[in-house]
Design a protein around this ligand. Sequence first.
Ligand SMILES: Nc1ncnc2c1ncn2[C@@H]1O[C@H](COP(=O)(O)OP(=O)(O)OP(=O)(O)O)[C@@H](O)[C@H]1O
Ligand SMILES: [Mg+2]
Length: 320
Amino acid sequence: MIEIDHLTRRFGNATAVDALTLTIAEGEVFGLLGPNGAGKTTTIRMLAGLIGKTSGEARVADCRIGDPATARKLRGLVGLMPEEAGLYPDLSAARTLDFYGRLYQVPAGTRAARTERLLTMLGLWDRRDDRVRTFSKGMKQRLTIARALINDPPVLFLDEPTANLDPEGAKTVRDFLLQLRGEKRTILLNTHQLAEAERVCDRVGIMHTRLVAVGTPGGLRGAASARATSIRLAAVTDAVVAAARAVRRAEVTVSGNTLTVPVGQPERDNPELVRAVVAAGGDIQFVSGAVPSLEETYLKLLDGERLDGEKSDRNDKVAR
Ligand SMILES: Nc1ncnc2c1ncn2[C@@H]1O[C@H](COP(=O)(O)OP(=O)(O)OP(=O)(O)O)[C@@H](O)[C@H]1O
Ligand SMILES: [Mg+2]
């Protein structure tokens, strides 16, 4: 449904997106994660046909991006929630959707039904007749998500759909996305919210100008992180910490009454670790495998990427 092949965009001498290669299947929800300036918005803007590419290729719903012959068709097949809302302040929420529905030549009855459904799902139906200028940032943002769907596009691009939302608003949008996922729509979303990516995305890509890693959220966590064992005790004493440290000669972290110890092989290391903690007087309440969060994985992968970047910079200098 979305096929991206060495897609590159430069602004002057700076490369914003470098040889991005990625395929997103029909019906898949794909999350693009990355720090500020990583090229996420630039990627979405190229795929939605808002800006040109420098080189490479991409096909969205069988339209080649940058091809004037299919530019119009492409616009009808994608919905875009941009980074900046760009709404008309004097239109009400319902009139906004009606206006965009007309632009896409959605028949009046369908327009009205979709407007009701979208505004209801996004928690704005009670405010449908209020002007956009009276809306909070989060309400405007939910309206731009509704607007992206008024023509029922098979492909949806969302640039940080929950960026300005409070926890309740974010949950409304997350539930909405999960519902869309059931409708076999292909969705590419940018986000800094790792918990959200984990809950709504089938796969995520970590981007830093280049694509650093791609996988399911669980797969990425498993691949990138060392294993660790957490031991919860009745009380943590210096003797217990010293004993745990001695077993693996590794850094032990203490959080409340829980020790976390990096282990090479849990089957081999855990029995010895537990014996040492008990011998040092520790009263063990729970022992569990510590699962790294997507956030830890993300930071680790980006750290590795930065180190690699520095190395290749150095190599460049040596070469010159
Ligand atoms: N129109 C433009 N002219 C010049 N440089 C640009 C332009 N648009 C983006 N850039 C640059 O391209 C790089 C990537 O920007 P982009 O907006 O794609 O990042 P992002 O991943 O969306 O970041 P954020 O998380 O902050 O939204 C940045 O260095 C940015 O300054
Ligand atoms: Mg952005």
